[in-house]
Design a protein around this ligand. Structure first.
Ligand SMILES: *Cc1c(COP(=O)(O)O)cnc(C)c1O
Length: 354
């Protein structure tokens, strides 16, 4: 019998459970480009109401919802202010330039979190030489920041600044539900602060596909639908996917707490190992750690893989683990055993064989 795989590469690797599949099978569907898919309509209405925002638009991916939002809020030659760790900057194929013809002002935040003061300093003067500062894009939780989340007070300060200076404010909330569970906040807290929010159903919530873009006006929704169409994201009988999303929202939010506990457990064990240099605080479901300088990331990944553990290299000497709903207590215990068995001698750079 083959070893069970402990797949910690991402919280996107989960497959629908039988209960979720049943909900999908039972979905009523129609052509969503005509606005006739009752399950998508229900999902969009449910999520908009949940956040206290006017409209929501179902899309195939979080990259698409972010890219649509940026295009809705900007015109060419504008500038988007974001942290250097942002997904919109690092992991969306340069789409900000390609899709919206705008530039990016990168700031160095605290594990990917920006402060109002930092943003204020970055806003351009009214000068024909400069791009026009138009949009601030925040990420919560911050993937590259090891799942760090904002406190509401900081977000309110950023909202006030954006109001004062006439900037739009977007939230990449691919893992916003992780932030909410960890900080005991609610969707309306965020709905009240942002001009648009992207949430993913396909991360910790465990749906196979789908993201929603939340918006605050009928006009923004019309723009967003037009942009979704040109991006090729107008789907037809996608209510089967929306049904998975509704099931996820109903069943899989509170359980994120377990993923966070598991991440903390892993973080604590990593702290105690002699081959680890640094572990970022495991605030939600992501654990990023660096190994000591004379050690080799690929050797660590190979050792893990030989034992059925999958993880991703995360730049330099870093590795990322993400916990999710297919990782149970037993997987965590097994993982801890495997981590504790890794010997520093096996992962030294000089042991690279030719
Ligand atoms: C996963 C993710 C997205 C969206 O990714 P897709 O794979 O396109 O759904 C956006 N932002 C962050 C921070 C993410 O982690």
């Amino acid at each position: 019998m083959s070893k069970p795989i402990i797949d910690l590469r991402s919280d996107t690797v989960t497959k629908p459970t039988p209960a979720m599949l049943n909900a999908m099978m039972d979905a009523k569907v129609g052509d969503d480009v005509f606005g006739e898919d009752p399950t998508i309509n229900l999902l969009e209405q449910t999520v908009a109401a949940m956040f206290g925002m006017k409209k929501a638009l179902f899309c195939p991916s979080g990259t698409m919802t972010n890219q649509i939002a940026i295009r809705v809020h900007t015109i060419p030659q504008d500038e988007v202010i974001c942290d250097e760790k942002s997904h919109i900057y690092n992991y969306e194929g340069g789409g900000v330039a390609y899709n919206s013809l705008v530039s990016i002002k990168l700031l160095h935040g605290d594990r990917g979190r920006l402060s109002a003061d930092q943003i204020e300093e970055a806003i351009r003067p009214d000068d024909i030489h400069a791009p026009v500062s138009k949009l601030v894009s925040l990420e919560n939780t911050v993937n590259k920041g090891g799942g760090a989340f904002y406190d509401l007070q900081s977000l309110k300060q950023i909202r006030d600044l954006c109001d004062k200076r006439g900037l739009k404010l977007h939230l990449d909330g691919a893992r916003l539900f992780n932030a909410m569970v960890a900080s005991e906040t609610h969707p309306q807290d965020y709905g009240a602060l942002f001009d648009s929010i992207s949430i993913c159903l396909s991360k910790g919530l465990g749906a196979p596909v789908g993201s929603l873009l939340l918006l605050n006006s009928e006009e923004d929704l019309r723009k967003a639908k037009r942009i979704r169409k040109v991006f090729g994201g107008g789907m037809r009988q996608a209510g089967y996917l929306a049904a998975a999303g509704l099931f996820a929202l109903e069943n899989n939010i509170q359980r994120l707490q377990e993923d966070h506990q598991h991440a903390q457990q892993i973080g604590a064990v990593l702290q105690s190992l002699d081959w680890i240099e640094e572990v970022l605080p495991a605030d939600t479901n992501i654990v990023i750690f660096t190994i000591k300088d004379h050690l080799n990331v690929q050797f660590v990944l190979n050792r893990l893989q030989q034992n059925g553990v999958l993880a991703v290299p995360f730049g330099g000497k870093s590795i990322r683990f993400v916990t999710h709903l297919e990782i149970d207590k037993d997987s965590i215990n097994k993982l801890i055993e495997i981590l504790e068995e890794i010997s520093i001698n096996d992962i030294k750079v000089e042991n690279i064989s030719t």
